[in-house]
Design a binder for this molecule. Structure first.
Ligand code: NCC
Length: 276
């Protein structure tokens, strides 16, 4: 692992990660049955520059945080997967501008993606991993989950809701930077949705507040604020290199360490404020 400064890490993330979402014409013909349902322009082309943005992790330690008002005071809020706001507004707020989801949540019946009205708020961004640095054709031969049918069906039912799919190459562009800044070899598994959301918003917002990604004093083994499920791997990682992701984000935090401890809050600068 190299020892880069905060600014150098910011510049690596800014210059080497594209956060490109897939457009129809970039896909091989074999994917046109669902590819024609993709939005015409990419997410970054469509969403203009935003001011203050919030990233809300799904961690159990958001419970009793009372952060809801603070979170909602941001211009845009990103949430992940099946994380609800209903019933948890006091702690996590109620605004949802973006929802970043893995393909498992879109595909598996148990998540009820097509029926649950929760998903119909905000812009959806889905990701599905390829093999390390695989191109779009390699990815489509072996997607992690077969999301196409639900993607088509959802787009037909909700044609006006923006629904992007992240180019899987982005995952590995980020993974490389995590690996280069870590003291040991990491298995090439994709970064968690949390880290993808943070880096996405660094492309879109002037300033980003991240909640309970770096755990506060409220930290417990409770996995989610909305479920009674206890597992320390939720906060530190099993499949995802989550601990290494968190160490990287810690290095670029512009806020105070006491803000992490008391509020679980990290403050990051957007790339528009990062001169490289
Ligand atoms: O758990 P998950 O993520 O949905 O959480 C969203 C993001 O919040 C951060 N987090 C979560 C819990 C916690 N205690 N600490 C945290 O810091 C992480 O950054 C996380 O990314 C995923 O990343 O997509 C993940 O999705 C789940 C699962 O697929 C969905 O929740 C749907 O059920 C994965 N769990 C399993 O597959 C069993 C999880 O590994 C990663």
């Amino acid at each position: 692992g190299q020892k880069l400064s905060s600014k150098e890490i910011m510049c690596q993330l800014k210059n080497r990660v594209s956060m490109n979402t897939i457009k129809t014409h970039e896909l091989p013909k074999s994917a046109s049955h669902w590819g024609t349902y993709l939005p015409l322009d990419s997410l970054l082309e469509t969403v203009g520059q935003l001011g203050r943005c919030a990233v809300v992790s799904s961690a159990g330690s958001l419970l009793s945080s009372g952060l809801g008002k603070e979170i909602d005071s941001h211009d845009a809020v990103i949430r992940f997967n099946a994380a609800p706001t209903k019933g948890f507004e006091a702690d996590v707020g109620s605004k949802t501008t973006f929802r970043l989801m893995n393909s498992q949540v879109v595909t598996k019946k148990e998540h009820n993606f097509l029926k649950n009205p929760m998903y119909r708020t905000g812009t959806i961004i889905m990701w599905d991993p390829s093999i390390y640095k695989g191109n779009l054709s390699q990815w489509l031969m072996r997607p992690d989950f077969k999301f196409y049918d639900h993607y088509i069906e959802y787009r037909k039912m909700n044609p006006d809701q923006p629904f992007y799919i992240l180019d899987p190459l982005n995952l590995w562009q980020i993974w490389d930077i995590i690996q280069e800044n870590s003291p040991e070899q990491i298995h090439p598994d994709p970064p968690s949705s949390g880290t993808l959301g943070i880096i996405l918003l660094m492309n879109l917002c002037d300033q980003i507040s991240v909640y309970e990604f770096l755990p506060s004093k409220r930290k417990t083994n409770k996995c989610y604020y909305f479920k009674s499920h206890f597992d320390p791997a939720c906060s530190f990682g099993g499949f995802h290199p989550l601990m290494y992701e968190k160490n990287l984000i810690k290095k670029i935090n512009q806020g105070k360490d006491t803000d992490i401890y008391h509020h679980g809050r990290v403050t990051l600068h957007g790339f528009n404020r990062t001169e490289c």
